[in-house]
Write a protein that binds this ligand. Structure first.
Ligand SMILES: [Zn+2]
Length: 100
């Protein structure tokens, strides 16, 4: 049981390193296709290994179209004490409650 726990720790550390390198590709990409693939892989790694994507990245990625959200392709509003970020490309709405 103990051994398994340690193995999981190592696996998660590797997953985080993978997420980190994918983030580098995703944030300054050579083309749109590279950015899209990096975003897809980043989310897939996090889901498969059950690790959380760091908040600074999580809040900037659209989970439907995997694009980086910025001021040109998203809309940020505050409604009922909640930060609402809408993706203008696919229409997905991300809501962040409290302590953001
Ligand atoms: Zn989107």
């Amino acid at each position: 049981m103990r051994k398994n726990h340690l193995r999981n720790n190592i696996r998660r550390r590797h997953a985080l390193a993978g997420i980190e390198s994918m983030t580098r590709l995703w944030s300054n990409p050579e083309s749109e296709e590279v950015a899209h693939n990096a975003g897809t892989t980043l989310i897939a790694i996090a889901r498969r290994n059950r690790v959380r994507i760091p908040r600074r990245i999580r809040m900037r990625i659209c989970r439907t179209c995997k694009k980086a959200l910025n001021s040109t392709n998203s809309k940020t509003r505050i409604k009922m004490k909640c930060v609402v970020v809408s993706c203008l490309d696919c229409g997905r709405v991300h809501r962040y409650y409290g302590g953001v």
